[in-house]
Ligand binder design. Structure first.
Ligand SMILES: [Zn+2]
Length: 196
């Protein structure tokens, strides 16, 4: 019973978060004179079109969705600046950036084995997947730092303070996913474990 409540609460939190994120994105819809892709390339970081935004430590490349790559809204440019910050921070050898790059690899391995175990109907799958989601909490410090550095990058590019405030609020909203998603996933896995 407690688990149903907990899982319901977690899903409600996620829905609220998604709604708030949309509102913050609308707020950050002002157009800037340059695109997200430009900002990353200008810093000498390889950038490629991808299905989601992210920095791959494996390829040393920033991936941006096409809309973000070519987009000029505060939202697009702020998201690109955040990914560029990850790349710059890892290149500088920042500790949290290094940790995040390692956690990423370990998580893919855990997800891979978790899904294989689930496919084999092995009950250990839940534990392994829980570990994979839980490990996501370790990247929170790096996400915070990257968003902080993204603001410095926008300032460097001469973005106005009003737009910077919009970008800061939007990145903060995105940052909440980094603890919400693992927590919701753990709640659902806990629910599954109890049901099983
Ligand atoms: Zn990030």
């Amino acid at each position: 019973m407690l688990f149903y409540l907990w899982a319901g609460l977690a899903l409600g939190l996620l829905a609220h978060h998604t709604h708030r994120r949309k509102a913050l994105e609308r707020e950050a819809g002002v157009e800037l004179p340059f695109s997200g892709g430009y900002l990353v390339r200008k810093r000498g970081i390889p950038v490629r079109a991808g299905r989601s935004d992210g920095f791959s430590p494996l390829y040393g490349t920033v991936f941006l969705r096409r809309g973000v790559m070519e987009g000029r809204t505060v939202r697009d440019v702020a998201l690109a600046a955040h990914e560029a910050a990850h790349a710059l921070r890892l290149a500088r050898g920042e500790r949290t950036a290094w940790l995040a790059s390692r956690v990423m690899v370990v998580r893919w391995m855990l997800f891979g084995s978790g899904l294989t175990l689930a496919f084999l109907l092995n009950p250990a799958a839940i534990g392994v997947l829980a570990l994979a989601y839980g490990a996501g909490l370790l990247v929170i410090p790096e996400e915070r730092e990257a968003s902080r550095e993204a603001i410095l990058i926008l300032r460097e590019e001469g973005v106005g303070e009003a737009e910077i405030e919009g970008a800061r609020r939007m990145l903060e909203g995105y940052g909440d996913s980094y603890w919400l998603v693992p927590i919701v996933a753990l709640a659902l896995l806990g629910w599954q474990a109890v049901a099983a």
